[in-house]
Write a new protein. Structure first.
Length: 318
């Protein structure tokens, strides 16, 4: 009988161990990925139900099992922002974009959050790539415009607002913010036009009246300015900004008692309104109530208003 040679290969023990180790690691990674996805799914459910702490805990678990889980970082950042943990949220958005430089939502959300936190430079650094990735996203353009306005880049800001308004003529925020940039460029007619357009779209929002009133005051049209501030107060009787600005306009017309009344009302609404304390103090000094006036100016200084120190030296002599 002729023998038939079988070319079967049986691995050595060391090779077999290596194969088993690789197989075990592969299975482990697959299980971790599946577990991470499960935690991510439950986290999203908890977030939708309003349980942000529970959602954050599940996102933590998903990331622990899969440290490269981009969406887990992003949505954990959203949840952290929702509970006011801003710095941690921004760190998560930064991690998201480091893992995925094309994650437009992370740039957009971070940019909006930086705007809210008063950091327009960081906002712009995030909103530029957001606009590049989402060139037709009006929210990205609007918020980039806000960052540019706050950085004094008014021409660029106006360009973004104009693009938004070409797509949505009813955008109240775009009219308001473009008006602010026009006002800063001393283009008062354009500013008034934009603030008027905003008012026509929402007559119950005091911001349009206040901003238009500021332009009229800068033009020394104090009667029109006072009329706008008064309308803002009718719309929102708790607007400290409206009372403060009307007080400034009254002061410009030498109506000192009316100015004092409005500054006092602004302070009653916002007890930390340093500008109103300082200006009320100046008005009191002007009408001969130096002691009371200087007390107000000192209070403004105590609240951190640097200009109040200069005014204290000027009006109070100390």
């Amino acid at each position: 009988m002729n023998s038939v040679q079988q070319n079967n290969y049986f691995p050595t023990n060391s090779v077999m161990k290596s194969i088993l180790l690789i197989l075990a690691l592969s299975i482990g990674n697959l299980v971790n990925a599946q577990d991470a996805a499960s935690f991510f799914k439950t986290a999203i459910g908890k977030a939708q139900a309003g349980d942000m702490p529970g959602a954050i805990a599940d996102f933590d678990n998903a990331i622990k099992l899969d440290p490269s889980y981009t969406d887990a970082y992003y949505w954990r950042g959203v949840a952290k922002a929702a509970v006011g943990n801003v710095n941690a949220a921004l760190a998560d958005f930064e991690k998201t974009t480091s893992l995925d430089p094309g994650h437009a939502d992370a740039y957009l959300t971070a940019g909006n959050l930086y705007n809210q936190e008063g950091n327009p430079k960081a906002a712009l650094a995030n909103l530029n790539p957001a606009v590049k990735l989402l060139p037709n996203n009006m929210d990205a353009l609007l918020n980039r415009g806000k960052a540019q306005t706050n950085l004094g880049m008014h021409e660029a800001a106006i360009k973004d607002y104009t693009t938004v308004l070409a797509a949505d003529r009813g955008s109240y925020d775009a009219y308001i913010n473009r008006g602010v940039s026009y006002r800063q460029l001393q283009n008062f007619d354009k500013a008034i036009e934009d603030f008027t357009s905003a008012i026509n779209r929402d007559k119950m929002n005091p911001d349009g009246y206040i901003n238009r009133g500021i332009v009229y005051r800068m033009k020394e049209d104090f009667e029109y300015a006072i009329a706008d501030y008064t309308q803002a107060i009718v719309v929102d009787p708790n607007s400290s900004d409206a009372f403060y600005n009307r007080g400034i306009a009254y002061s410009k017309r030498d109506q000192h008692q009316d100015a004092i009344r409005d500054f006092s009302k602004a302070i009653s609404i916002n007890p930390k309104d340093a500008d109103s304390y300082m200006n009320r103090g100046i008005e009191k000094v002007i009408i001969g109530k130096k002691e009371d006036g200087c007390a107000d100016i000192v209070q403004a200084s105590n609240l951190g208003l640097a200009l109040a120190i200069e005014q204290r030296n000027k009006f109070c002599g100390f």
